[in-house]
Design a protein around this ligand. Structure first.
Ligand SMILES: CC(C)(COP(=O)(O)OP(=O)(O)OC[C@H]1O[C@@H](n2cnc3c(N)ncnc32)[C@H](O)[C@@H]1OP(=O)(O)O)[C@@H](O)C(=O)NCCC(=O)NCCS
Length: 235
């Protein structure tokens, strides 16, 4: 063996060590993120710590909010949420490549990982809006994923949507999630401008617009937890 080969071997030994250390750090990051998600999902009521955020009394609305796992929801309330989602979203899904698939949506909305934040009109004693969300792993990160944000038409434009999003952010960031993530159709300009007004930005995981092999009709938006460092390991 000549000196040159020895040099190469030492170099690759060093690189191996570096790679092992990197893999170890990635594994530790993944385990820590999964633990945070597990802990958040074990909380009985993530809204309980924030009693002032259970009321929304502005712009003529008198609302209360509560937060439950799907399995603790009244079945009638769940049916109302599924119907409202269909009324609001079916036309948008029908404009997309995937079309409206009622059974798939029902399945998604009833999976046991689903959480519901529901707003009620206190005067009329009826539900008026909801968010289906989850504490979950997304591309290796701990996130609160907002699957749905839906209001009855007559309760829109009064600040309630923004308030529900803020409550989601509060529950996400107080449980050390890295970000709140959501998906919005490109052909839902109202939804898009609402989320932009609420300071959501295109997420790094959102598919590129110019990918002709995989054209998509949605964008992934997110808001980062400013209290968390964002350096990523390459997963
Ligand atoms: C999107 C939705 C949740 C917004 O809730 P909302 O209570 O109507 O919105 P808010 O009143 O809190 O508005 C917050 C900001 O967004 C803006 N905004 C709300 N709706 C908007 C619209 N249709 N077009 C443009 N901007 C809009 C508001 O002007 C406000 O900005 P401002 O504070 O600078 O005035 C609600 O309209 C809805 O349920 N829509 C149907 C379902 C849907 O599209 N869901 C989102 C996609 S998953």
């Amino acid at each position: 063996m000549n000196n040159n080969n020895k040099g190469k071997k030492n170099k690759s030994k060093g690189q191996g060590k570096e790679r092992r250390a990197q893999l170890k750090a990635e594994k530790a990051k993944d385990a820590a993120a999964r633990l945070l998600v597990k802990q958040a999902n074990e909380i009985a009521d993530p809204l309980a710590k924030f009693p002032t955020f259970t009321k929304f009394e502005r712009n003529g609305l008198n609302c209360k909010l509560d937060c439950k796992r799907v399995n603790d929801l009244d079945p009638e309330l769940l049916e109302w949420a599924i119907t409202l989602c269909q009324i609001n979203m079916q036309p948008l899904y029908e404009k997309s490549q995937r079309g409206w698939r009622a059974n798939e949506k029902r399945e998604e909305m009833t999976e046991e990982e689903a959480w519901y934040l529901v707003a009620y009109d206190v005067n009329l004693d009826k539900p008026i809006g909801f968010s289906h969300f989850r504490f979950d792993m997304d591309y290796g990160d701990e996130v609160l994923y907002c699957y749905e944000l839906q209001l009855e038409p007559e309760y829109r434009g009064k600040g309630l949507g923004r308030f529900i999003l803020q409550v989601l952010e509060l529950m996400a960031f107080s449980n050390q999630m890295l970000k709140v993530v959501l998906t919005v159709f490109k052909h839902n300009p109202r939804g898009m401008s609402f989320f932009q007004k609420c300071r959501y930005e295109i997420d790094e995981t959102s598919p590129e617009d110019d990918d002709i092999d995989d054209p998509v009709d949605y964008r992934i938006l997110s808001k980062l937890n400013k209290m968390k460092p964002t350096q990523k390991t390459s997963l």
